[in-house]
Design a protein around this ligand. Sequence first.
Ligand SMILES: C[S@@+](CC[C@H](N)C(=O)[O-])C[C@H]1O[C@@H](n2cnc3c(N)ncnc32)[C@H](O)[C@@H]1O
Length: 250
Amino acid sequence: MRDNTHFGFREVPLGEKQALVDDVFHKVAQRYDLMNDLMSAGLHRAWKDALVTAINPPKSEREFTLLDVAGGTGDISFRTIAAGGPGTRAAVADINADMLGVGRERAYAQALDDVVTFVDANAEALPFPDKSFDAVSIAFGIRNVPRIDVALKEMHRVLRLGGRFLCLEFSNVDVPGLDALYELYSFNVVPALGRVVAGDAEPYRYLVESIRRFPRPNAFADMMRAAGFAQVSHRVMSGGIVALHSGWRL
Ligand SMILES: C[S@@+](CC[C@H](N)C(=O)[O-])C[C@H]1O[C@@H](n2cnc3c(N)ncnc32)[C@H](O)[C@@H]1O
């Protein structure tokens, strides 16, 4: 077992977790996209490409609507629209008005505001009817949601029969050598970058801690099955830095 206290991990009561997370993304919203590139050395682009390939929007005019939960500034949605045909649409649901605001500006600047919509919503209580989306995704978002089991059930509820759920999330680096390097990078370089670029190290320290607390892939797969997903699988990328989890509503 990892000794969490060694890193000064805070025990955050469930009821306070959402407020802490909201504060983090309120502080970083304007610099979020830049920070993603800096902190992952651009790798987040390849991970997101893998997610969009799995979403597999049709190239044809066939209607296809993605719901991207905790979609923030809309990255996954914009990439899905770019990969799909003229019938592809995307809805970004996020709890943070600042992140959504940056996303709306991006959509407007690219004249995509008619195909990408932004909805103020909590992943634990999605304001959409049952079976209303062809695919549901969540990228680097599920670990921030206080009640993961409730959010998984909600994402299953709004997915149509035969639709695919995809979750991209940080995972566990198990490659000898890389694990120590990754630990050093996460707890030193990431907060330092946060301080220089976003003006505050604390939000990034919290984000790194939340990565270490997230369930291992097999435990998360069990949570997905408990929420109703079938044919649950995952694959790790970049030595286990991230995992792409997949499940279907059958
Ligand atoms: C690390 S960002 C990921 C943004 C985007 N998916 C991406 O990959 O660039 C996490 C996002 O989760 C959102 N979030 C946190 N708790 C949430 C909740 N309960 N419901 C919906 N969104 C939430 C935050 O506001 C933030 O925009």
